[in-house]
Design a binder for this molecule. Structure first.
Ligand SMILES: Cc1cc2nc3c(=O)[nH]c(=O)nc-3n(C[C@H](O)[C@H](O)[C@H](O)COP(=O)(O)O)c2cc1C
Length: 363
């Protein structure tokens, strides 16, 4: 099966085509340092056979904290602990990439020491009832360089690459989206200027890491919101990213305001699976860099069919690996369908002590 064939991603030799999509763990300590439960989780994921593991969103600047006890990488003190994490994965033949993120307007003042969240523009978010503060030029550059510093630290901590979180309505996604970016300056006003934030971020990162260090992007194919990013522009963005030298792209969609589009509940049939497959296929055919597709992949046969029909080069999975970190191995041994029922109990971040499966059928 193609699913279990090795894949070379920007020089990274992956043992198969199954990616663990970035999944917030709530297992760092309150200051964002690596803990034993976090190490145990990544040990299980690496033993479980995934070809590539992408960490949960790691915080590149204190103003971007969107959830408690996420991994942090906004200063050098985090590097030693993170090195333990990458060592555990490498010792088990795995590869691990760190997702770098800033929460933008989808942060809550309670996690920001009472401060207002920041964003490209002061656009009210009805889902959080928050109007963020529009960033000035100095703040924008500060965040651009924070991404670059974080990438350098990730490299020193032994990560095999980084992924810029440019999806789901967080800060980078907010710069790309015409809905959340209403600026009329270098950073917004038209498609080309909305691209500047991710372009400057990429260029700043490139200067901080060795030339072979993979830089990937997770982005929306569609914001699913009126006036937001739509597939045609998203494809042009991906093509520009490819021209910059991005190593791979992961296709997702949605933002808080759009409702349950990103992490869709109750996936029961094969038809409901792989809900970004069609979009990913368009991207895969319009790009020569590797494309990953995430969202609702539950069956081995669906995953294999995506690869066979070349709708993506890699399949990316989040919730099923919370329940079964060894799902890739089980797929290899012939298991057909993940046990995850997409009840989304794992999303109850504030109620759970850590992100884990508490599956119930009636939620
Ligand atoms: C508990 C949980 C935490 C998540 N954390 C992140 C994250 O840190 N970064 C990210 O890009 N996506 C995150 N996601 C979204 C997943 O990566 C994925 O895009 C989404 O769950 C759909 O894939 P799935 O059907 O395989 O779960 C999270 C999803 C869940 C359920």
């Amino acid at each position: 099966m193609k699913l279990f064939e090795p894949f070379s991603l920007a020089g990274l030799e992956l043992r198969n085509r199954i990616v663990r999509s970035a999944t917030y763990e709530k297992r760092a300590d309150v200051d964002g340092f690596v803990t034993e439960p976090l190490i145990e989780m990544y040990r299980a994921l690496a033993d479980g056979g995934a070809g590539l593991i992408i960490t949960g969103n790691a915080l590149i600047h204190p103003s971007g904290r969107s959830v408690p006890q996420a991994l942090c990488i906004h200063n050098d003190h985090y590097v030693d602990g993170l090195k333990r994490l990458t060592d555990i994965v490498h010792a088990r033949g795995g590869k691990i990439v760190m997702q770098l993120s800033h929460g933008g307007r989808q942060c809550f003042p309670t996690l920001l020491g009472g401060n207002q969240p920041i964003a490209p523009s002061a656009v009210y978010d009805p889902s959080t009832k928050i109007t963020p503060l529009a960033m000035d030029d100095a703040k924008i550059w500060e965040i651009v360089y924070s991404f670059a510093d974080a990438a350098r630290r990730a490299m020193y901590a032994g990560f095999d690459g980084i992924q810029i979180h440019a999806a789901h309505g967080y800060l980078v996604s907010e710069f790309l989206s015409p809905h959340t970016n209403r600026r009329d300056d270098y950073w917004g006003g038209d498609e080309e200027r909305r691209f500047h934030f991710i372009e400057e971020t990429y260029e700043a990162i490139r200067k901080e890491v060795v030339s072979t260090f993979p830089i990937m992007v997770k982005m929306n194919a569609d914001d699913f919101i009126e006036g937001g990013l739509r597939p045609a522009e998203a494809l042009r963005i991906a093509q520009r990213l490819q021209s910059l030298g991005i190593s791979a792209i992961e296709m997702s969609g949605g933002m808080f305001e759009a409702g349950k589009m990103t992490v869709r509940p109750n996936i029961e049939t094969e038809e409901q699976e792989a809900y970004f497959r069609e979009a990913a296929g368009i991207f895969a055919r319009g790009l020569f860099m590797p494309v990953m597709v995430v969202g609702g992949i539950r069956s081995r046969s669906v995953a294999e069919d995506i690869l066979q029909k070349e709708d993506a080069d890699l399949v990316s999975i989040s919730r099923p690996l919370i329940r079964e970190p060894d799902l890739p191995l089980k797929f290899m041994q012939g298991k057909e369908r993940a046990d995850c029922i997409s009840c989304n109990n794992c999303m109850r971040f504030l109620k759970l002590d850590m992100v884990r499966c508490t599956q119930t059928k009636d939620t």
